[in-house]
Design a protein around this ligand. Structure first.
Ligand code: CP
Ligand code: NVA
Length: 318
């Protein structure tokens, strides 16, 4: 910690799925589905009937690029009657030597909620420690909880409760995979990871899910891993925090784990396919799978909007 004294306060931050009470997570998913239903057939720009965020200002801070997170948070706040400011980390004094603690205390004097996408998760933690207002994790190098809330919502819309289901993650055991493992623990599903040993998910995340009673398997053979899967998930082979110089090596290691029709044929016939997007068609997933009948990738993208509206309302107690 740098830059001052941490204050003792109770604020509903949304920092990670394993740090949030399972009953609260369940309530957020149900609330998101109710809010989505209430908007059925409306044009995107029309406001929600209730305006729970009226008079609220939300700061959306991005230290990495974003399409979905940026637009879905911005639209979600506006639908709920609030206002947003989207700020690039590089344009703030944060990128020029001001401490995170001081930034958090200053922002707390102006805005009611902070969403931040950053690199090192210590930035998120320090922001939350020093902010008087709720802080939401919009992705770090290690986790992406808002994405997985949308993914759980999407699975349940299509197939009912996730408890007891078999999820297979194929590829890089990255930040999105980590939040899936957190969700396995909190929502009670099992997860099989298939990928090269160099890119296994962190032991800490695997251990958390196992401790909570989820079955977590590591299976190097992708066809065996996918057998009987209810849901197959992948993500980019090179994340925003990965060095571009490692690209070729990562591609070579990950090529056997591409999600294609041959791999999907090993899953249950009604298995779904998910990808948080952006996808690199022809690399981690083929266009046939992305655009095929089992793919729900655009529902996932839409549900970022509804899930995050529920997360923001939970944070603000609205
Ligand atoms: N899935 C996701 O977070 O997308 P963006 O990087 O476009 O926000
Ligand atoms: N694993 C990807 C997710 C992007 C939404 C990344 O961190 O770049």
């Amino acid at each position: 910690m740098t830059g001052g004294t941490q204050r003792d306060k109770t604020v509903n931050h949304f920092l990670d799925i394993h740090k949030t009470d399972p009953a609260d997570l369940r309530a957020m998913i149900d609330h998101a589905r109710a809010m989505k239903g209430a908007r059925h057939g409306r044009k995107h720009g029309t406001p929600d009937d209730d305006q729970p965020l009226a008079g609220h200002m939300v700061a959306l801070i991005f230290e990495k690029p974003s399409t979905r997170t940026r637009v879905s948070f911005d639209v979600g706040v506006r639908q709920m009657g609030g206002e947003t400011m989207v700020i690039s980390g590089a344009d703030m004094q944060l990128g020029h030597g001001e401490t995170i603690a001081d930034t958090a205390r200053v922002l707390s004097r102006y805005v009611d909620l902070i969403m931040i996408r950053t690199f090192d998760e210590s930035v998120l933690a320090e922001m939350a420690d020093y902010a008087d207002v709720p802080v939401i994790n919009g992705l770090t190098d290690r986790t992406h909880p808002c994405q997985i809330m949308a993914d759980v919502m999407t699975y349940e819309e299509h197939r009912g409760p996730m408890a007891g289901k078999k999820v297979v993650w194929s590829g890089d055991g990255n930040n999105v995979c980590a939040s899936f493992l957190h969700a396995a623990a909190q929502f009670g599903f099992d997860l099989t990871f298939t990928g090269p040993p160099q890119l296994d998910p962190e032991e800490e995340f695997v251990g958390l899910a196992r401790k909570a009673g989820s079955e977590v398997r590591i299976e190097r053979d992708p066809a065996k891993a996918v057998a009987d899967a209810d849901l197959v998930v992948t993500d980019t082979w090179v994340s925003m925090h990965d060095s571009q110089s490692a690209k070729e090596r990562r591609h070579n290691m990950l090529r056997p784990y591409q999600v294609n029709d041959a791999l999907m044929a090993h899953a249950k016939p009604d298995a779904l396919f998910m990808h948080c997007l952006p996808a690199h068609r022809g690399e981690e997933v083929t266009s046939q799978v992305m655009d095929g009948p089992q793919s729900v990738v655009f529902d996932e993208a839409e549900n970022r909007l509804h899930a995050q509206k529920a997360i923001m309302r939970w944070c603000l107690g609205l």
